[in-house]
Write a protein that binds this ligand. Structure first.
Ligand code: DQA
Length: 146
């Protein structure tokens, strides 16, 4: 099984960016931890990050034939990118949406996700463990299929 982890805009700034909200861990260490977690579950993990909407869309399209599922944090695109929503809707593998912070406890504009309706589910506000929970959710969804 192969899972793609996609991080969207500004998540390359993890560790430096508003640490009171997103913590002190960097994207690099997050990706290392997630890969080690995947290995334990016998899942191959690949991680990508981009600040560019079109690049994220290309990753989503390409994953459809090469991965079993996606765990994605679309960053602020969550709240307004119909293009990313349509890209998710265009593929047949499940996507789990992850937010590190509790977006519902923050500014009003973060309360709405335009992408969530086309995902298998959303994990919100549980910090960086959200990515691992997303992988577990994909595994459970797979089990349910067979
Ligand atoms: C985020 C929440 C978004 O509102 C914000 O724009 C981000 C990160 C999160 O992981 O909590 O970039 O997706």
């Amino acid at each position: 099984k192969k899972v793609l982890i996609i991080n969207g805009p500004n998540l390359n700034r993890l560790g430096l960016r508003e640490p009171g909200i997103y913590g002190h861990e960097t994207l690099q260490t997050l990706e290392q931890h997630v890969k080690a977690f995947g290995e334990k579950q016998q899942i191959e993990i690949e991680c990508v990050q981009s600040n560019h909407e079109g690049v994220l869309i290309d990753h989503i399209h390409a994953a459809d034939t090469t991965f079993d599922g996606i765990v994605m944090n679309p960053g602020a695109f969550t709240h307004y990118s119909y293009a990313i929503r349509d890209a998710i809707a265009s593929i047949s593998i499940p996507v789990i949406e992850v937010h590190i912070s509790n977006v519902h406890a923050r500014e009003e504009f973060r309360h709405h996700s335009v992408t969530a309706p086309v995902t298998a589910g959303q994990i919100v506000g549980l910090g960086l463990q959200g990515y691992e929970l997303g992988i577990l959710a994909l595994l459970k969804l797979k089990e349910g299929e067979s």
